[in-house]
Design a protein around this ligand. Structure first.
Ligand SMILES: Nc1nc2c(ncn2[C@@H]2O[C@H](COP(=O)(O)OP(=O)(O)OP(=O)(O)O)[C@@H](O)[C@H]2O)c(=O)[nH]1
Length: 405
């Protein structure tokens, strides 16, 4: 937790759990410069962060990383070997790296835990994660999800979405950026801070106003329409008022996004000059608290649900398998685990044969049932290495099937 930095730097392990800050943003938004600035800021406060670079394609990084994807995966080699383009290369490199996530987490946990041999060592308060500029490759890939979910399962995790402020100053680019941020929020389900970068070129107050004051956005929209900023070719009247379609689309979207804005922290920074960085870390503190309060229980619930679904899936498969063993039987009563009684090996093969005559099948099943049951039971018993009484025989069958999975 960011609030427990200097004073609790002693031995209080759970209170000083570090916060993971994952920086995402469109190419050129200033992600790397921002990472460099917050890294320098923490070093200046004598709270060096733990830095992870997940961009396999970066040629030169202006800061040192503790874990660097480039140390384990050679992006160029991946492209060559798998005959991939740049985006495919990044995706495959991330996939390969995701297979090592256990090792990454082990390292992180070891490094962020208090060191009994060196109790004076300051605990790590932040884990900074840089991601590829190809934002969609990270956010929408399975490996991106694995990496983020694994991180969030061990540490409070916050997404910092970096926005190029000067390039977001028209209502349409602003809305496109907000929609993208919205999709990331709902995909990752992690608390998010909108970082309006490059405020030395353009102040971010307009964006903050648009997010909190519907009328202000309406006025800006009207202004853009009057300037014909939407081009007037997308179905509008094409005249001085620009595209009516675009204007009304942005209008309705701004209404829809009100709920989304309520979940965000917004800060304006200049990564070049280091302004707004304190404000950013204040927001990190708030979002880390939010993570613990709202997101962690939700994550736990999702994890339990996944486990529950897996269990159900296993049971369903088991039932399917048992039904498969009794295929060809016209019996109306569905078979449960306890009802599986028919067929030794040969009979089981017969029932699965498509050329089988159904009537014969029924007869055979009836005739062969006791013998088949005996055959199967003796095999289960042999597999379990023990003879059980009749009341536990059905349970043995379940155990046997489970042991074969
Ligand atoms: N004026 C100004 N320029 C900035 C700021 N932050 C970054 N830049 C410039 O924006 C350009 C892109 O910055 P990067 O940090 O490389 O952006 P990135 O998002 O990491 O780009 P990718 O590596 O392509 O993902 C560089 O020329 C930076 O110098 C800022 O706060 N102010």
């Amino acid at each position: 937790m960011a609030s427990s930095t200097a004073p609790s730097a002693s031995q209080d392990a759970p209170a000083s759990q570090p916060v993971a800050v994952v920086c995402v943003g469109m190419a050129g938004s200033g992600k790397t410069t921002f990472m460099q600035q917050i890294n320098a800021h923490l070093h200046g406060k004598k709270e060096p962060p733990y830095v992870i670079n997940l961009d396999p394609a970066v040629l030169h990084s202006p800061f040192e990383s503790n874990i660097d994807i480039r140390d384990s995966v050679n992006y160029k080699e991946v492209m060559k070997q798998y005959n991939l383009g740049p985006n495919g290369g990044i995706l495959t490199s991330l996939n390969l790296f995701a297979t090592k996530i256990d090792q990454v987490l082990n390292l992180l946990e070891k490094r962020t835990a208090p060191d009994p041999a060196n109790p004076a060592r300051k605990p790590i308060t932040n884990i900074l994660v840089d991601t590829p500029g190809q934002i969609e490759v990270f956010v929408w890939s399975a490996s991106g999800t694995i990496l983020l979910e694994s991180l969030a399962s061990s540490f409070p995790t916050v997404i910092a979405y970096i926005i190029d402020t000067p390039r977001t100053s028209s209502t349409s680019t602003f809305m496109s950026n907000m929609l993208y941020a919205c999709s990331i929020l709902y995909k990752t389900k992690l608390p998010m801070i909108l970082v309006f970068n490059k405020t030395d070129i353009k102040d971010a107050s307009f964006a903050k106003e648009w997010m909190t004051d519907y009328d202000a956005f309406q006025a800006a929209l009207q202004e853009d329409e009057n300037r014909n900023a939407f081009g007037g070719t997308e179905g509008g009247d094409g005249g001085a008022n620009g595209s009516g379609y675009m204007g009304s689309l942005l209008n309705s979207m701004s209404l829809m996004l009100e709920e989304f804005y309520a979940h965000l922290s917004v800060v304006g920074v200049s990564s070049l000059y280091g302004t707004g960085i304190d404000e950013f870390f204040e927001a990190v503190k708030v979002k880390a608290e939010e993570f613990k309060r709202d997101y962690e229980p939700e994550l736990e619930k999702r994890r339990e649900m996944r486990e529950e679904n897996k269990k159900k899936e296993r049971e369903k498969e088991l039932e399917k398998m048992m039904k498969g063993m009794s295929m060809g039987e016209e019996s109306a009563t569905p078979l449960t685990v306890g009802d599986i009684k028919d067929g030794d090996d040969d009979d089981a093969m017969d029932t699965l044969s498509p050329d089988e005559d159904d009537e014969d099948d029924d007869e055979d099943d009836e005739m062969d049932e006791p013998a088949a049951r005996k055959g199967l039971q003796s095999r289960y018993e042999a597999a379990l290495g023990e003879t059980e009484d009749t009341t536990t025989q059905e349970a043995s069958f379940v155990k046997y099937l489970h042991s074969q999975r």
